[in-house]
Design a protein around this ligand. Structure first.
Ligand SMILES: Cc1cc2nc3c(=O)[nH]c(=O)nc-3n(C[C@H](O)[C@H](O)[C@H](O)COP(=O)(O)OP(=O)(O)OC[C@H]3O[C@@H](n4cnc5c(N)ncnc54)[C@H](O)[C@@H]3O)c2cc1C
Length: 474
């Protein structure tokens, strides 16, 4: 059965299954069993969370010291969270220059972007080295202008790259150049960032799991950590007493007092079409580019080797805890599908076969921070704000270096132990996020349709910036 938006089967019941990526990865290789923890054990390092952050941390720890006892505790299965649900955009940070320069100054901003560029390349090298077939494809990242109001944003983004001395990293594209890479009637011009690779994210997460297991890391899946007593992780049927603990819990950080004030949990959804390689050829989208628009309520899309489009962008709802809304929001799926149909009318006859969602950990600066909690041996990485595929590898490197006391370039990145603004307390935080989101969508929809946004919506959408957060429109 297909509904009016072409949604079929699994797509109509988001969250009734794992993401398509994860099902595909598990069918290829279910991996070794990692049963739940059922007794008290000890370790050098206990890591809470088996996504990219936790697994890269385990990877780098074992690289630095193969003798370290490392235990990963994951409430679901590794890659069951956003690491196995995301769009698979391993993208550069050159489009984040404005925030980075504002926070850390020009030199540190460029250094941070270069670290992300290296991370993207190294993910490909990791896959090659360890035989992880994560469909890695370095096709770059194209920004597409879909509203006149975005032309200025595009110019400013390209201009800033020029100002800080890296014009080769971001260059403007004419409407014709955009059409050559991907012909959508919605695109009016854009920009190209050469740093960008697509991955099958669940294959990467499960590949990392295989590699760290091979290095002697212990993983207990189906094991929820209820609290940390200093560096002892407490779970329902056992505990891990360790010298160091890592909180790698992403948006679930809203439930941890150590991280709560710097995060909002925000939903994001993806729809996936049936394979349609001929249609992709017709619109010229064969270069593997990652693509997004300029909206704050971002729409982002990429292709797969068998000719599907994965299109993200619905959701955007905030919650105080990570609940069902993040995986079973049928309205968000319909909104995402609507966005897809708008941008790719030539795919009208192609069904949308799957859909899924997950939580993202929005930070006050739109950028993550990594570090050590004050007066403790507890480490964290949080605030990826929906851009974690490349940064989590750096987070893992940084946390491993901090834990082992290694003095490296990674620990001197400006987001390491950076002080971050706090969000207002609940219930104002989720309530405020909801009001601002509605205003942003109203503003951006009006702009896209060539209308003038309403005064109230335009003002409300700017509230976060006026409060000093690096979020939302100027
Ligand atoms: C729909 C969607 C699309 C996205 N698209 C992109 C993209 O294209 N590019 C990009 O760069 N980023 C994207 N992101 C963001 C990206 O997925 C994340 O930033 C990244 O995966 C973060 O990795 P992580 O390991 O920190 O978090 P996660 O993958 O969320 O891992 C955290 C893990 O901790 C576990 N956990 C939580 N609490 C506990 C507990 N108490 N006990 C035990 N385990 C616990 C969770 O089950 C989870 O598996 C997207 C996110 C979503 C949801």
């Amino acid at each position: 059965m297909r509904d009016a938006l072409g949604l079929t089967g699994a797509a109509l019941t988001p969250g009734a299954q794992r993401s398509w990526w994860l099902r595909e990865a598990l069918a290829d290789d279910p991996g070794a069993e990692c049963p739940p923890l059922d007794r008290d054990i000890t370790a050098d390092v206990v890591i809470v969370g088996g996504g990219f952050t936790g697994l890269w941390t385990a990877y780098f720890l074992t690289e630095l010291n193969p003798k370290l006892g490392v235990v990963v505790l994951e409430q679901d299965i590794c890659g069951g969270g956003p690491s196995g649900r995301n769009g698979g955009f391993a993208s550069g940070w050159w489009d984040e220059l404005h925030g980075l320069v504002t926070l850390y100054g020009q030199e540190a901003a460029v250094r941070s972007c270069r670290a992300i560029s290296a991370s993207i390349k190294e993910i490909g090298e990791f896959c090659e080295l360890h035989g992880v077939d994560a469909w890695y494809r370095a096709g770059g990242y194209m920004y597409a202008i879909t509203a006149a109001a975005h032309e200025r944003l595009c110019e400013e983004m390209v201009e800033l790259a020029r100002e800080v001395g890296v014009p080769e990293e971001l260059r403007a594209l004419t409407a014709e150049e955009v059409r050559t890479r991907c012909a959508s009637p919605a695109f009016r011009g854009g920009a190209y960032m050469r740093d960008g690779a697509s991955v099958q994210p669940a294959r990467l997460a499960r590949g990392l799991r295989r590699v760290v297991l091979g290095r002697g890391v212990t993983i207990h899946e189906g094991t929820t950590v209820s609290r940390l007593d200093r560096t002892t992780a407490v779970t329902p049927r056992g505990s891990v007493r360790a010298k160091h603990a890592v909180l790698a819990v992403n948006a679930w950080g809203v439930g941890w007092p150590q991280l709560n004030s710097r995060l909002v949990a925000w939903s994001s959804y993806i729809v996936l079409t049936a394979p349609a390689p001929d249609r992709l050829r017709e619109i010229g989208w064969t270069g593997g580019e990652l693509i997004s628009d300029f909206r704050v309520s971002l729409r982002y899309f990429r292709t797969t080797p068998d000719g599907r489009i994965a299109f993200g962008g619905g959701g955007g709802r905030a919650r105080r805890t990570v609940d069902d809304m993040f995986t079973r929001d049928a309205r968000a799926v319909a909104e995402t599908a609507e966005g897809f149909r708008l941008m790719f009318p030539s795919f009208a006859g192609v069904p949308i076969e799957d859909a899924w969602g997950g939580p993202i950990d929005v930070s006050p600066n739109h950028l993550p921070t990594f570090g050590r909690l004050a007066d403790s041996n507890v480490y964290y990485a949080a605030g990826y704000t929906g851009n974690g595929v490349a940064p989590t590898r750096i987070a893992g490197r940084v946390l491993a270096d901090l834990i082992t006391g290694s003095d490296t370039d990674a620990v001197r990145l400006p987001m390491v132990n950076a002080r971050s603004r706090a969000f207002p307390p609940e219930p104002f935080r989720s309530w405020g996020a909801m009001v601002v989101r509605r205003a942003m969508i109203a503003k951006e929809t009006a702009e896209e349709q060539g209308r003038r946004p309403g005064f109230v919506a335009a003002q409300l959408a700017r509230t976060p910036r006026r409060m000093g957060y690096l979020l939302g429109p100027d």
